[in-house]
Design a protein around this ligand. Structure first.
Ligand code: CU
Length: 259
């Protein structure tokens, strides 16, 4: 009886050791990647955006196209791409939406305002995902600002060569805008000189309707006295839209008309 018991204990110990070995050892060595910057859910100004990642238990080697080696390879960075994770198939996406490098940072140039997804994936030398796939993604709100718009304006210009360029003025004083209606041609490239004449933070933000749904453009909040130049494209569809100061959404509102 005693012999049987000790045999059972022995088996139990052996089982325990093998379980630990299976679960703990690969976990220690499992490659990992995490997008550190820009932070998930953060707001960053448009322009050049550098994505920084942290990589562990994976050796970054510049051996693209060479034989795959376990826990060795490089990084694919993606912007606004559905990250391919199918085993054995290249994890590259459409030209311009990914970058292949061994660096733990990558700079996307001239990123325009809006919501953008920045992803990074560890891949084998032959560009295929690891099994299981190891990736990380941060969703970031890129905000428009006056100064760094040259790049995206240039892109917009090539998209719509017929659009008019218009310049409009808007001022804020005593927690009021100086006008309640702004009218521009539909689809125009708008340059707005926003003059905040007081030491209170204000901005100009354009929405689809008076419930402030679906932002079309959100200008950077500035504390005056200061002038900022906003640039954005007016909606293509003629109609009456809504603008406001996001800091004072009740008192500082107006109609934005495209015709
Ligand atoms: Cu305001």
């Amino acid at each position: 009886m005693e012999k049987l018991n000790s045999k059972r204990v022995c088996i139990a110990i052996l089982l325990l050791i093998s379980t630990l070995a299976i679960s703990v050892l690969p976990a220690c060595a499992a490659p990992a990647i995490k997008v550190l910057e820009p932070e998930d859910g953060s707001e960053v100004a448009e322009g050049d955006i550098t994505v920084e990642v942290e990589v562990s238990d994976f050796e970054l080697v510049d051996e693209v196209g060479q034989t795959n080696t376990e826990n060795e390879g490089h990084i694919l960075y993606y912007m606004d791409a559905a990250v391919p994770t199918a085993p054995g198939k290249p994890a590259t996406t459409a030209p311009g939406t990914f970058a292949s490098t061994i660096n733990t940072s990558y700079t996307w140039e001239n990123v325009s305002a809006g919501t953008h997804n920045f992803s990074a994936q560890l891949v084998n030398n032959d560009q295929t995902p690891l099994e299981p796939a190891i990736l990380s993604q941060n969703r970031v709100e890129v905000t428009g600002s006056g100064s760094s718009l040259t790049g995206s304006r240039a892109e917009n210009a090539t998209e719509n060569l017929t659009a008019e360029n218009v310049t409009v003025g808007l001022a804020a004083r005593n927690i009021r805008f100086n006008t309640s209606t702004i009218t521009v041609p539909a689809g125009a490239h708008v340059t707005m000189n926003f003059d905040n004449q007081e030491s209170v933070p204000h901005n100009f933000a354009l929405y689809e309707n008076s419930q402030a749904q679906n932002a079309i453009f959100k200008g950077e909040v500035i504390t005056g006295p200061r002038i900022i130049v906003y640039t954005f494209d007016a909606p293509e569809e003629p109609g009456t839209y809504f603008f406001r100061c996001d800091i004072h959404p009740r008192g500082m509102t107006g109609q934005f008309v495209t015709e």
